[in-house]
Write a protein that binds this ligand. Structure first.
Ligand SMILES: NC(=O)c1ccc[n+]([C@@H]2O[C@H](COP(=O)([O-])OP(=O)(O)OC[C@H]3O[C@@H](n4cnc5c(N)ncnc54)[C@H](OP(=O)(O)O)[C@@H]3O)[C@@H](O)[C@H]2O)c1
Length: 328
């Protein structure tokens, strides 16, 4: 592919939202010795993508402008680096491009072979791309909350906030894979949807009981996978079991402070921030669950690459039900 150009979507400065995304023709990237070149089929947008554009990882990410955003992709291997042993041309895969490199809103991208996983024929590109940051975060948050996926764990009671979103909708399904009792929060329009994912009890977050996180059956939570913002410790605390833990994937300064205080005072009820780390083992496990029909990606909406800015705006709006996918 050396010397060929491709269509891509990039931005050249911090801020500006969807309107700052520009359609360009750029050279097709060349894989290094441990990388694969992918012809992309789908890319999944995550809130972190537009948060990076806003500058939350400034000055490290993006390392330079212009920057082609988005890390979560699925596609077909069309070239392999000289040191790559596990992949061949024609393999269908799912890959994390990482935030530093980005590159997902394009026709082609290079991925490290260490963050690339084979995708079975039964797993469509959009479903696979959706898994990466979102499902891996859900999995790691549940594990940090005490869930075990070996079939030997205790039947914990978990609360999942924002269960209709990208992370939350995987967290509900994965909690059921781990045999947990799930209480979930979402807006009224998504109550039946969240129940269909397996939630045992669902709270409308705009009602008084929902805002207070009270389980309808009076259960206390052993773990909370907290996927939204604006809920204080004083709301969580009375709803936790004796040694209940809140895993906060949207941590604020008060989360870190609270985490430190609870640790220093050996408190039984805790809150802990989580920054998920994409790794091959978790990704392989999740792709396997999709293949077995135990986990599904619910697609909120699909956009062609030509309309990537609409997908971006939809994610920034904060009301997705499941994943937002750009199809390439
Ligand atoms: N720490 C990490 O490693 C990590 C990893 C992934 C994501 N995150 C962060 O986690 C957050 C969630 O990510 P996501 O991909 O799931 O976002 P998302 O898909 O954009 O979430 C949107 C959903 O959240 C629901 N929601 C919003 N506020 C709510 C509330 N107060 N109570 C209940 N539901 C609410 C919305 O429902 P309505 O439309 O009905 O309002 C919508 O369905 C983001 O801030 C993201 O940056 C962190």
């Amino acid at each position: 592919m050396a010397g060929k150009v491709m269509h891509a979507v990039q931005y050249s400065t911090y801020g500006g939202g969807a309107a700052a995304l520009k359609h360009v023709e750029v050279p097709v990237p060349t894989p290094k010795k441990d990388e694969v070149l992918l012809k992309l089929e789908a890319a999944a947008i995550n809130p972190v993508d537009w948060k990076i554009q806003k500058g939350v990882m400034r000055p490290f990410i993006p390392p330079k402008f212009p920057y082609i955003p988005v890390s979560d992709v699925a596609g077909e291997v069309i070239e392999v680096g000289s040191a790559v042993k596990d992949f061949n041309n024609g393999d269908k895969v799912v890959a994390s491009l990482g935030f530093t490199n980005g590159g997902g809103l394009a026709e082609y991208a290079v991925a490290s072979s260490s963050l690339t996983v084979h995708r079975h024929a039964e797993v469509p590109a959009a479903d696979a791309a959706g898994l990466l940051i979102a499902a891996i975060t859900a999995l790691q948050a549940l594990k940090l909350g005490g869930a075990q996926f070996s079939g030997t764990g205790n039947p914990l009671n978990v609360l999942i906030t924002a269960a209709s979103g990208g992370v939350g909708h995987y967290a509900v399904q994965l909690a059921k894979v781990a045999n947990l009792h799930v209480t979930a929060t979402c807006g009224s329009r998504n109550i039946e949807f969240v129940k269909s994912l397996g939630a045992d009890e669902v709270l409308d977050y705009k009602t008084p009981d929902g805002a207070a996180l009270k389980s309808p059956s009076g259960k206390k939570y052993d773990a909370v996978v907290h996927c939204t913002v604006g809920i204080s410790w004083s709301t969580f605390e009375p709803n936790l079991s004796e040694s209940g833990k809140v895993v906060d994937i949207t941590p604020s300064a008060s989360t870190f402070l609270n985490f430190a205080v609870k640790k220093l005072t050996w408190a039984k009820k805790k809150i802990e921030p989580l920054f998920a780390k994409v790794n091959k083992e978790d990704l392989q496990y999740l792709v396997g669950l999709v293949k077995e029909g135990k986990l599904k990606t619910v697609v909120d909406s699909r956009y062609p690459l030509e309309k990537a800015e609409d997908a971006w705006a939809k994610s920034m709006d904060g009301h997705a039900t499941g994943k937002i996918i750009v199809e390439i």
